[in-house]
Design a protein around this ligand. Structure first.
Ligand SMILES: [Zn+2]
Length: 278
């Protein structure tokens, strides 16, 4: 196989893998002008709200346990219905992250072989939350990252992105060599690394919106008000702490589009429209 054939074969496979890995699993609800206007007004109102004084840590943690016990079975049932055939583990551990000082909540895989799904909240995050609806929406949103298979997809994208850039560099080097120019043997591996970074960052905003849609459905099914809960995401906060670590707002940028997706999802649920989510 010549390098050109290698490039063609690898490139085609990588592009197909990238296309499969990038998309959302579910269709996002359409946002019309009316919903957009409501979201914009609601966003501005939430932004203008006065700063909160932190809740007592014991009260904050009791709220987390209360909401988690009600929401977890609902989210797990949805997860199993959606992912059972893919063999995904839906038994998410809900934990407090006592090490991180930042206000944060996140979904990750931990434990042996990074295989166990975990959602963690920092205590400062819970102290900053004002209602059970807010905890429910944030928790539902984090479950959305599992149900949307976002980490799995990002890893696939990273591999596909690395393959494309690696193949392009190999092709460029082959051209340079045949033209009698010098070529850089390190460029292939360097570009594979750059490709991995590019692939990992792509479509993150789309995934956030998909998680907002799923979080809306989970919070509502557990008996909470997702619209009240989602206003938490409109708050203006520093993306980075003084320590330089990313806070919740560094990975979840405030954006009125997010409230629009929540409002449109609620409208869709009220209308009983099919969503693709059972
Ligand atoms: Zn998120």
């Amino acid at each position: 196989m010549t390098l050109v054939q290698f490039f063609r074969n690898t490139g085609a496979i990588a592009i197909a893998a990238l296309a499969a890995a990038c998309g959302t699993t579910y269709d996002l609800p359409g946002v019309d002008d009316r919903v957009d206007a409501r979201a914009t007004a609601m966003f501005a109102e939430a932004r203008a709200a006065a700063p909160r004084s932190p809740a007592d840590p014991a009260v904050a943690q009791a709220r987390f346990r209360r909401v988690a016990s009600r929401l977890q079975p609902v989210a797990e049932t949805l997860c199993k219905a959606e992912l059972a055939q893919k063999g995904a583990d839906c038994r998410v551990k809900l934990e407090l992250d006592r090490q991180m000082a930042e206000r944060n909540a996140y979904f990750t895989y931990a434990g042996p072989g990074n295989s166990d799904p975990v959602i963690r909240f920092t205590v400062t995050m819970l102290q900053d939350v004002e209602s059970d609806d807010e905890v429910a929406f944030i928790l539902g949103h984090e479950y959305g990252h599992l149900i949307g298979q976002h980490i799995v997809k990002q890893q696939q994208q990273a591999v596909a992105g690395a393959l494309i850039l690696g193949a392009l560099t190999a092709y460029g080097n082959a051209q340079a060599a045949s033209a009698g120019q010098g070529y850089d043997p390190h460029a292939v591996s360097r570009n594979m690394e750059i490709g991995a970074a590019v692939g990992t960052r792509a479509y993150s905003q789309t995934y956030e919106l998909e998680s907002d849609m799923l979080g809306t459905r989970i919070a509502a099914a557990a008996g909470y008000d997702p619209v009240k809960g989602a206003k938490f995401f409109a708050r203006a906060e520093a993306a980075r702490s003084q320590g330089g670590q990313l806070s919740f707002w560094g990975t979840h940028p405030a954006d009125s589009r997010r409230l629009a997706v929540v409002l449109a999802t609620v409208d869709q649920m009220k209308a009983g429209a099919p969503s693709g989510v059972e």
